[in-house]
Design a protein around this ligand. Structure first.
Ligand SMILES: Cc1cc2nc3c(=O)[nH]c(=O)nc-3n(C[C@H](O)[C@H](O)[C@H](O)COP(=O)(O)OP(=O)(O)OC[C@H]3O[C@@H](n4cnc5c(N)ncnc54)[C@H](O)[C@@H]3O)c2cc1C
Length: 382
């Protein structure tokens, strides 16, 4: 179905990015998936071409476009299965914290380099002992004169090995009541003493994504690296997680389209009982249902995109979209594997990777259970 949220300029941008991605990104994906991470050179190329700053202000080196430009990048990366290159983590999840809450000095220090692809970013919330319950983080940043001394462990951190700058969620007041009032966000450069990278964690899917442990061992960071105000980190996270969840919805639907397209091509080709698998009514009904659900999901995500660009609150809507689109993706990839028969279980066929990659979509950026809690709260259910 025709989508009506993009202007001619957006479509032109999509063509440009698609050409760039086919030349500079697609040939490298298999290598990244084998190695478990992307490479700095490609990030630099993306920065030089202006693709890390499409939605960032011009004064820091961006192009000043709206969020739809970045949504286009997400869709195009999903189309070619370039999960390893986490541009949306960098541009749409991490940089907005600096832009919204950073001091002018911090913005000047970090944003131009980040937009140029020279300073790669990550966000370190999750710890071995806590993920969903963010207020329970144990990492501490205790003030000592002009510095914070950070101690603690983080896990599952995207861009953990390749990143240069991390937004670290830590307790500056471990005794605060309620506990979330003790949380602050601190910018930590990876070359600081006491910042230690742990293992890059082997995973069942998203093989090219760099997901790692990080440790802070008496890591001294100047107070000038505090993002926003002390004790207000939790509120900042709740605010910025909305865009993160929208990114998941956008990428989920785009990934569903790719999986469906590949499956349609496969069932037309593959024969059983003397006819293409596409001719069985079961195949037709299943694929017709999934195609319908993709359009329903796309309409919902597009509506949220428009509202988000207008600056409207999308807290409940984006929580609905996050759980719904990711559950669709899991169901869709499972059905598509089934329609591929045994070949769907072979790594040689991308649908097998799609199935494994989909599993985490309902887990990160707030699990789907947490999304339903947010929706229920909005319904007055406690
Ligand atoms: C590939 C990958 C990349 C990631 N990247 C990052 C990153 O860059 N930065 C970062 O900080 N984190 C990252 N994460 C971590 C991710 O955000 C967490 O895994 C997620 O928030 C869930 O936390 P948890 O794993 O501790 O699960 P838990 O919180 O232990 O949850 C376990 C189960 O309990 C359920 N549950 C928990 N609380 C409730 C409740 N109140 N009601 C009902 N059910 C509940 C959950 O939904 C889940 O099903 C990443 C994770 C993965 C797998």
């Amino acid at each position: 179905m025709k989508r009506d949220l993009f202007s001619d300029e957006h479509e032109l941008f999509r063509d440009q990015f698609r050409r760039f991605a086919e030349k500079e990104i697609e040939p490298k994906i298999a290598g990244w998936n084998a190695r478990g991470m992307s490479d700095r050179e490609t990030w630099k190329r993306c920065g030089e071409a202006g693709f890390l700053g499409a939605n960032q202000p011009e004064e820091y080196g961006g192009s000043g476009g709206d969020f739809l430009y970045d949504a286009i990048i997400m869709e195009e990366l999903a189309r070619i299965r370039a999960h390893a290159l986490m541009i949306s983590l960098h541009s749409d999840i991490c940089l907005p914290y600096i832009l919204a809450y950073g001091s002018e000095e911090q913005k000047k220090r970090f944003l131009p380099g980040a937009i140029a692809g020279e300073i790669l970013t990550g966000i370190a919330m999750t710890e071995p002992g806590t993920g969903s319950d963010l207020a329970a983080v144990q990492t501490r940043a205790i003030r000592n004169g002009d510095h914070y001394v950070i101690n603690g462990s983080k896990t599952f951190i995207s861009n953990g090995q390749i990143g240069d700058l991390f937004i670290v969620v830590a307790k500056t007041d471990p005794d605060a009541v309620p506990p979330h009032r003790g949380i602050s966000l601190i910018l930590v450069e990876a070359d600081r003493e006491g910042f230690v990278r742990g293992r890059r964690l082997p995973k069942i899917g998203l093989k090219g994504q760099d997901t790692s442990e990080l440790f802070f061992e008496n890591c001294r960071v100047p107070v000038s690296n505090l993002l926003g105000k002390e004790g207000q980190g939790f509120g900042m996270l709740m605010e910025k997680l909305q865009q993160e969840r929208l990114c998941i919805g956008v990428a989920s639907i785009a990934s569903c389209r790719r999986s469906l397209e590949d499956t349609i091509a496969y069932v037309k080709e593959r024969k059983a009982f003397g006819q293409p698998v596409a001719h069985f009514q079961n195949t037709q009904f299943k694929l017709a249902e999934l195609a319908t659900e993709i359009e329903v999901g796309q309409a919902f995500v597009d509506k949220l995109l428009v509202q988000h660009v207008r600056g409207e609150s999308i807290v409940t809507g984006v929580s609905m979209a996050k759980w719904w689109t990711t559950e669709l993706q899991k169901r869709l990839t499972s059905t598509c594997v089934q329609l591929h028969g045994g070949y769907g279980f072979m790594e040689e066929y991308p649908i097998s990777m799609d199935y494994a990659d989909a599993a985490v979509q309902s887990i990160y950026a707030g699990t789907n259970e947490i999304m339903k809690r947010i929706i229920a709260k909005d319904m007055g259910l406690g």
